[in-house]
Design a protein around this ligand. Sequence first.
Ligand SMILES: Nc1nc2c(ncn2[C@@H]2O[C@H](COP(=O)(O)OP(=O)(O)OP(=O)(O)O)[C@@H](O)[C@H]2O)c(=O)[nH]1
Ligand SMILES: [Mg+2]
Length: 283
Amino acid sequence: MRSGLVAVVGRPNVGKSSLVNAIVGKKVSIVSDKPQTTRRRIHGVATRGDTQIVFVDTPGLHKPVTALGQRVNATAIASAVDVDVLLLVFDAESGFGKGDEWVAANVSIDRSTTKLFVVANKCDAVAPRRVLTELSLSTVLDADEYFPVSAHTRKGLGELSEALHGVLPEGPWYYPIDTTGDVSGQEWVAELVREELLRLTRDELPYSIATRVTEWEWPRVRCEIIVERESQKGMVIGRGGSLLKEVGATVRRQMDPGAYLELRVVVDKDWQRKPGRVERLGY
Ligand SMILES: Nc1nc2c(ncn2[C@@H]2O[C@H](COP(=O)(O)OP(=O)(O)OP(=O)(O)O)[C@@H](O)[C@H]2O)c(=O)[nH]1
Ligand SMILES: [Mg+2]
């Protein structure tokens, strides 16, 4: 048997979670077009043949301006310690740049025990020539291998998976054969609610939203949506409750049949800027 931990790091919005979902073959981590979607370390497990790859999806590394930002950055850095492979993902469409070098400098790995693979994602969105240019810029990282991929079209994912299989050490699996992730049912519903809200809200609102399940007596599930200001409450509820209704309907479709999902919006003033509050929300 072979197994290993593969940490997926990079700037926000480069497609880390999309990549993990695509390789695992199931949605294990929420995705959105807004940066800073992932806030916790999430395991996505891909077991093929005798090999189990445990992907460690991490929050995008950025220059933090809030307590939440500091917290999620620390989570990302800590998640990259003691792994077998570090996948440093960058966005081929926006190009390899200083931010990506900054990420590499902030995650310190022991190169004698951890392989560094650089992954250029979103290659479907750029011309092949550009992909090569961006990959050649990324060689300043002196990685062990480089991969052009697209999480959307799956191009290059086979090569990447094969290379990962090739470097993982012999050892027992971390999870049972049919496990795809480590997010609990309650956390998952809270994440799905947040994913929908990220999709439907704009400006600063997505960053002000936290979600948590406060009641789980199947089929009754209550999820609290926490915002930072009274004025944001109405924006989340929508005219006549329309936005909340849409969120509820989309999330319910992704839950086991029969769920009764109740959404409630509460204000926790400026929670994002208060370390104690951030921690209490489980980040
Ligand atoms: N064109 C294209 N877009 C992609 C691809 N992979 C991801 N995206 C898009 O990029 C955006 C960000 O995707 P995520 O997977 O949430 O990115 P992330 O790196 O996990 O972001 P954070 O969790 O915020 O750090 C979404 O709008 C995705 O649909 C890809 O291969 N091609
Ligand atoms: Mg993510």
